[in-house]
Design a protein around this ligand. Structure first.
Ligand SMILES: C[S@@+](CC[C@H](N)C(=O)[O-])C[C@H]1O[C@@H](n2cnc3c(N)ncnc32)[C@H](O)[C@@H]1O
Length: 378
């Protein structure tokens, strides 16, 4: 039985556990930013291939108490690194810390890297090269006040890199956060879905891929392929396991008022192979006609951080509120934003507010149900 940790955007831990459970994860423990679990290699491969929410799946290789950089060096040197990956692999070490007494995380990183390299030199007479930009093997160290956990990264590139992004749009959501937002909205593939501020189309692609039962990792490589435990026969079996294709008729719509980002959305949707199910058009959300009598809207409006000033949004939101009331009765609308003033300024009462983090930025997913003539705030 191996021990793993799947990291995810904060706020998605419960959904991540719900994804990992059916894949066979045992002893799951949710903590802010991820889920610790145990299982075999089949589970690790499947989690990398199938998780829409995880950022990385890390394999625990050592855990010990520490008080200084030298403790890190001594304990990391005891790990049989040459038994874990070949000398020819390039290496990178990452350290993250919470409440660590150490003064310099850069120095801690250096000492762990030295320990790995020295262990190689002791055992095989030579050390692996470091490649910070494009490493084949990543070692992650997590430090708290007294404990250090060392992991090998079984994902490699973070899992939100699915291999379909051809254009960025403006301020694109990470794919795993977008998948989480779609899941939190409660959208069912039988329902029409609209993102009227679709940018590069991340929410649209994730929704379509999910509804079609596509493996998010089907077109990318993984860190575990560079580790000595890699079992290519088992991996090929897992990769080609038949899953019943879902055959619902999808009605997914996207629009944006910016023709340039729609070009990115079109390229992404086509690179992801879901263009058959997604209809795009250039429209301002304030003039958007509902594409069906009822459905689910999910939007990620600009929120005054990277685009759209606070003052512009103060003028825009009340107009958005009116447009929703006039054009979208019968729709469940979801807005993912870091602008916590949104419900107040659109003057509509949210039925749900889910706290979520976009990196370090605190956000909310607001659900607003539009019922003709109601929702007006007192
Ligand atoms: C934060 S970005 C959305 C990013 C998108 N979720 C993605 O992952 O690529 C906000 C988008 O809203 C669009 N937008 C801003 N004002 C709009 C309006 N009045 N009508 C329609 N789209 C608008 C912008 O062009 C931008 O693409």
């Amino acid at each position: 039985m191996e021990h793993f940790f799947a990291s995810s955007p904060r706020g998605l831990e419960a959904l991540l556990a719900a994804e990992l459970g059916p894949l066979g994860a045992q002893n799951m423990q949710q903590v802010p930013g991820g889920v610790a679990f145990s299982g075999d290699w089949r589970l690790c491969y499947a989690a990398n291939l199938w998780s829409r929410l995880a950022s990385r799946v890390l394999w625990r290789v050592a855990e010990f108490d520490y008080a200084s950089e030298e403790d890190l060096y001594a304990a990391a040197r005891k790990v049989d690194w040459p038994g874990l990956f070949a000398l020819e692999r390039t290496l990178r070490v990452n350290v993250s810390a919470q409440k660590s007494p150490l003064k310099s995380l850069d120095f801690a990183t250096l000492r762990i890297k030295d320990a790995v390299c020295d262990r190689f030199r002791d055992t095989v007479g030579s050390r692996p090269d470091v490649d910070r930009a494009n490493p084949q093997v990543r070692v992650h160290a997590f430090l708290d006040a007294t404990r250090c956990v060392l992991y090998l990264d079984t994902s490699g590139e973070p899992l939100f890199k699915r291999g379909w992004r051809a254009g960025a749009g403006e301020a694109p959501l990470r794919e795993n956060l977008a998948a989480g937002i779609v899941l939190l909205s409660g959208w069912k593939p039988e329902e029409p879905l609209l993102d009227p501020m679709c940018g590069g189309g991340t929410l649209l692609v994730e929704a379509a891929a999910m509804a079609r039962g596509r493996a998010p990792g089907a077109r990318r490589g993984f860190g575990f392929e560079n580790l000595k435990i890699f079992d290519s026969i088992l991996w090929n079996k897992i990769k080609h396991e038949e899953r019943t294709a879902k055959t619902v008729k999808l009605e997914i719509f996207g629009s944006d008022n910016d023709p340039r980002v729609l070009g990115d959305a079109r390229r992404n949707i086509s690179a992801a192979g879901v263009d058959r199910w997604v209809k795009l058009e250039q429209t301002d959300i304030l003039n958007r006609v509902a594409p069906a009598a009822a459905g689910v809207m999910i939007a990620n409006p600009p929120y005054g951080e990277r685009i759209g000033s606070k003052e512009e949004l103060e003028i825009f939101y009340p107009k958005l509120g009116s447009a929703l009331k006039n054009n979208f009765p019968g729709w469940r609308c979801h807005f993912f934003t870091a602008d916590l003033r949104l419900p107040k300024l659109v003057r509509l009462q949210p039925s749900r507010r889910v706290p979520l983090y976009n990196g370090a930025l605190e956000c909310r997913l607001f659900e607003i149900r539009i019922v003709a003539g109601s929702n007006r705030r007192a």
